[in-house]
Design a protein around this ligand. Structure first.
Ligand SMILES: Nc1nc2c(ncn2[C@@H]2O[C@H](COP(=O)(O)OP(=O)(O)OP(=O)(O)O)[C@@H](O)[C@H]2O)c(=O)[nH]1
Ligand SMILES: [Zn+2]
Length: 291
C-alpha cells in the first residue's frame, strides 16, 4: 500500500521515512535517478510498503524550500542564535542572518543565548530592538534554564534549524530541546556506521509534533542580493520612507531622506542604520567583484 511520510534521515542509500505506521526503511525507486531528483531529509514522500517496515519511495512532493548545507527541505524557521557574550553578540552578523533567512523564505527567530553570564540590562536593549521590529525574540541559558520552555513552544509543530556563529551554544540548545526523547532509528544505520569513517548524516529530530535539524545549518554566509534591494528588508525604515524626497532613495547620500532624519531623531536604532550602510557597501563590493 501507499503511505505518505517524511524523510527524517538518509544514510547509505537508505531513507528513513516517518509515517503514521512508524519509521519505514526505504530505498528510492530508480526513476528518481533518471529524473535527477535525489530525495533529501525533510522531503514529504509517497512510500510503497507491504509490511510497514521497509519499502520504496515512489514519489517526492514539491519542496517549499531547500537548504544546501546541510541538504534539507521544507523548513519553516531558523533559530538565529547569538550569545550575548563569549563570543560577543555581533549586530552586523545578526542583521545579515535575519536577511539571509528572509531571502530564503524562512521565518527568523532570534535567540540571545548565555544570558546567565550578564545582567538583564545588558541584553534587554537588544532584545527590545528586535521585539519592536516584530520579530520573535527569546533569551536563553542552558545553565540557568532560562527560556528553554519558551524555545520548545516555538519549535512545536514546526520544522526548525539552528544557525549562528561558532561557539554561541547552538549544539547545547539542540541537546536541551530534544532532552531524552531522541531515539536512534534503524539498526541498519548503526551497522553501516560502525567502524567506518562515514560523514555525519543530518537527521530531523522529532519533538512535540515538530522537527529540529540535529546539526546547525546555513554555515556559509553569502548574502546574494542587489544592494539596491537591501532597504526592503528593513521593516524599521518602512514608515519613514514616505518622507524621502526621492522614491528611489537608498537612504545613503540623498538629500531630504526620511530614514536619515528618523535616525537623527532617535526613531530608528543607530546601530541598525550604520550596519545597513556597512552591508550596503559589502554587497556593492561583492557585486563588482563578480562582474
Ligand atoms: N555560560 C553559558 N555557556 C554556554 C551556554 N550554552 C553553551 N555554552 C558554552 O559555550 C560553548 C560552546 O557551546 P556549543 O553548544 O558547542 O556551541 P556551538 O554554537 O554549537 O558551537 P560550534 O560547534 O562551534 O558551532 C561550550 O563551552 C558551552 O558549554 C549557556 O547557556 N551559558
Ligand atoms: Zn531616504
Amino acid at each position: 500500500m501507499i503511505l505518505v511520510g517524511r524523510i527524517v534521515k538518509g544514510i547509505g542509500g537508505f531513507y528513513y521515512v516517518s509515517t503514521e505506521h512508524g519509521i519505514i526503511e526505504c530505498r528510492a525507486r530508480g526513476k528518481f535517478r533518471i529524473s535527477n531528483i535525489i530525495p533529501i531529509v525533510g522531503d514529504y514522500v509517497d512510500v510503497e510498503s507491504q509490511n510497514f517496515k521497509d519499502g520504496f519511495i515512489v514519489n517526492i512532493h514539491d519542496r517549499k524550500n531547500q537548504l544546501v548545507r546541510p541538504p534539507v527541505s521544507n523548513v519553516d524557521q531558523a533559530i538565529i542564535t547569538f550569545s550575548i557574550v563569549n563570543p560577543d553578540l555581533n549586530r552586523l552578523q545578526l542583521d545579515k542572518m535575519i536577511i539571509l533567512t528572509e531571502v530564503n523564505q524562512i521565518n527568523p527567530i532570534i535567540c540571545i543565548n548565555k544570558v546567565d553570564l550578564v545582567d538583564e540590562d545588558e541584553y534587554m536593549p537588544i532584545y527590545n530592538i528586535y521585539k519592536k521590529l516584530g520579530y520573535e525574540v527569546i533569551a536563553t541559558s542552558k545553565y540557568d534554564n532560562i527560556g528553554i520552555d519558551k524555545l520548545k513552544t516555538i519549535l512545536k509543530g514546526k520544522t526548525s534549524f539552528f544557525t549562528g556563529p561558532s561557539g554561541v551554544g547552538k549544539s547545547s540548545l539542540i541537546n536541551c530541546v530534544h532532552g531524552h526523547e531522541r531515539q536512534e532509528i534503524g539498526d541498519l544505520s548503526e551497522k553501516l556506521n560502525r567502524g567506518k569513517h562515514t560523514t555525519r548524516n543530518v537527521e530531523l529530530i522529532s519533538i512535540d509534533g515538530g522537527y529540529v535539524l540535529d546539526t546547525p545549518g546555513f554555515t556559509s554566509l553569502n548574502l546574494n542580493i542587489d544592494e539596491k534591494n537591501l532597504k526592503n528588508f528593513y521593516k524599521d525604515f518602512k514608515v519613514f520612507e514616505a518622507n524621502c524626497r526621492f522614491n528611489s532613495c537608498l537612504h545613503i547620500n540623498e538629500p531630504n531622506c526620511g530614514v536619515k532624519d528618523a535616525v537623527e531623531n532617535g526613531l530608528i536604532d543607530k546601530t541598525r542604520y550604520s550596519n545597513y550602510l556597512s552591508l550596503y557597501g559589502e554587497l556593492k563590493t561583492n557585486r563588482r567583484r563578480r562582474y
